[in-house]
Design a protein around this ligand. Structure first.
Ligand code: B1M
Length: 214
């Protein structure tokens, strides 16, 4: 029987190999991928976030927990992207974490799920300046540009990117979507983004809506 509390605890302790093993075991016993992701990994990382906020954990411990989270995600990845082969191409998603921000776990989840839904992914990585979003959108004829920010101090940079796209004749109509823990719909509206994704799976639904797949 999958023990999500134990996975949460091991993730908190940064035990990457054990998280990986228990995630694999949960899948082997038939637990759904979404359940393992939500209850095993994301719930564990939420506890890390709480204790980080209260200064019970510090950056090194959080980094180690993030490594354990990524180890668990690496087991889920093949299943999350498996449908890509069965899905027709849905277009191209250019995505990155904005300048000054090094958080990439949530963005990586969005990438995996979007890839599974049939999108070609151009993942710019973290700490991305506006020039890189603009250049990649042009080079790859992006159908959707996604931005992630996890810090209240880096969120405002999303507007810099939106404004740059709106100034360019050939990019003005690009669909720009934003997400990340501190981002909400009101902020997305304020900065002129076209879409806001509270989580990876609803973000992918939004991307599919954009390319005309209900
Ligand atoms: Co950072 N950190 N961190 N951190 N960190 C937060 C964000 C924080 C809330 C922790 C806290 O205080 N509780 C806090 C921000 C506070 C604020 O801004 N007001 C914080 C801080 C302060 C910092 C540093 C400044 C700490 C320091 O150095 N003193 C520093 C900043 C470094 C930098 O970026 N310049 C820092 C560093 C780090 C680590 C490097 C140690 C590590 C990141 C490792 C990595 O990503 N490779 C880290 C982590 C892990 C976190 C927490 C604990 C977890 C983030 C995470 O991965 N969550 C985080 C606490 C929290 O968020 N509660 C915290 C799991 C992930 C699945 O969720 O990213 O929200 P999330 O993604 C979701 C949705 O938001 C959405 O879909 C995802 C999946 O459902 N989504 C999108 C995300 N991006 C999207 C893009 C889209 C659509 C949807 O595009 C369309």
């Amino acid at each position: 029987m999958a023990d999500y509390a134990l996975i949460n605890q091991l993730l908190f302790e940064g035990k990457a190999a054990e998280v990986e093993r228990l995630v694999r075991a949960a899948l082997d016993e038939g637990r759904p991928v979404a359940e393992v992701l939500e209850e095993g990994l994301i719930a564990g990382m939420a506890v890390v976030g709480e204790d980080f906020k209260r200064a019970i954990l510090y950056v090194p411990e959080v980094l180690i927990a993030a490594r354990a989270m990524k180890a668990g995600m690496s087991v889920l990845r093949p299943l999350l992207v498996a449908d890509a082969a069965n899905n027709p191409s849905r277009g191209t998603l250019v995505i990155g974490t904005v300048k000054g921000d090094l958080h990439d776990i949530g963005k990586n989840l969005v990438c995996m799920m979007a890839e599974g839904a049939g999108f070609k992914i151009v993942d710019l990585g973290v700490d991305q300046p506006v020039e890189n979003f603009v250049a990649a959108a042009r080079e790859h004829s992006a159908d959707v540009v996604g931005m992630s920010a996890l810090l209240t101090t880096t969120m405002p940079y999303m507007k810099v990117v939106v404004d740059a796209f709106r100034r360019e004749d050939d990019l003005r109509d690009t669909f720009i979507a934003v997400g990340g823990a501190p981002v909400n719909r009101m902020f997305a509206d304020e900065i002129g983004a076209d879409g806001y994704g509270p989580d990876a799976s609803s973000s992918v639904d939004m991307f599919l809506g954009r390319v005309g797949v209900a």
